[in-house]
Design a protein around this ligand. Sequence first.
Ligand code: SAH
Ligand code: SF4
Length: 408
Amino acid sequence: MTVIPSTEHVNPNAGAVRPSGSDSGAVRPSLVGLTRVQLRQALQDFGIPERQLRMRAGQLWRWMYNRGVTSFEDMTDVSKELRAALAGAFSLDRLEIVTEQISNDGTRKWLLRLAPDELGRRHEIETVFIPEEDRGTLCISSQVGCTLTCSFCHTGTQTLVRNLTPGEIAGQVLVARDRLGEWPSQLEKAANPPVSGRYITNIVLMGMGEPLYNFDNVRDGVDILADGEGVSLSKRRITLSTSGVVPEIVRAGDEIGTMLAISLHATTDKVRNELVPLNRKYPIAELLQACRDYPGLSNARRITFEYVMLKGVNDSIADARRLVQLLKGIPAKVNLIPFNPWPGTGYECSDWDTIEKFAEIVNRAGYSSPVRTPRGRDIMAACGQLKSASQRLSARQKAELAAAAGTG
Ligand code: SAH
Ligand code: SF4
């Protein structure tokens, strides 16, 4: 494929809300992104009487997460006085959009800036929206960077890490809804609103980071998104992808309750040790046992096994046969991912006919094995290409990427 120069909109604040200062110059904390428990606590600390807490928290929750309002003024069932008082103490700020890029295939990528951490650093994360004919998938991040070092993954080369808060995890969805025009008031005005009422029909935790190394915040962030009085997206439409943090997998099924995807990528420990170094700690047999033990598995609720196709590394016929053997007895589907190149990688994507042969063997064994179409490669939005984009690419890196994508 050819790389078409990205259409980059340096967003001059449209849709982005900065931390607000009150008249006294103090920063007003945002209520957007709080969990139910945190919201109640914030309102209690603010002085809302005990007997009203439940009702007020419920009202604000619905305005923030179901209607997506950006001003307390719009909360029409809250008294004028209380609206003014809330606006004096809090904001409804979202994550700040630094850039929005739109790929020639319609994929959108946002670079989002987080609030300062305890050292005053403002990290950035990436979120990607992938529109398809029958669905729209939002790929969200769970950490800044990743502590793991999978050798084929761009994020793995970025060492800087902090866990995202529940509000930052759910906040990515709120920003995407703003920009896509998915809130009820925006949909009312849309020329061609989606039949289901949603542009974002699915969420995958496949952006930057290892979600199971940020367990509690991912659980709470998912709960904000799945809450029936908020964004109200079924947990069956949310998929958590893990590189294989074995001790947390079964617990994730019990406590987070989303669909599960496993980044398998190899059929022998020798190869997987190289690709996913975490395999040295939790080898394939233990990983697959945890999958067998994942609560609620059935043919209607399968585990997705992700398998990145790397030329000459993991793409042989013998690999395909071993893969089928390994998955025996697990309600599974296989997602074959053509390797997405990034500047400086030593890997190449498998040839197309190799991928097809591989898929055929897996298919014939009864596993659905779609090959994931690379999306948004021109804006470095494809799987495994995310990295703090504040780091600009040099001309040489861009040329390398174009050359690699051309052969991919
Ligand atoms: N840390 C989690 C989720 C984020 S990565 C995990 O590893 O599962 C999401 C998916 O993208 C994983 O399957 C990952 O292995 C895959 N991926 C990473 N780099 C890639 C690349 N360069 N090309 C294609 N897929 C890649
Ligand atoms: Fe981290 Fe997943 Fe990339 Fe591995 S593939 S480095 S676990 S983000």
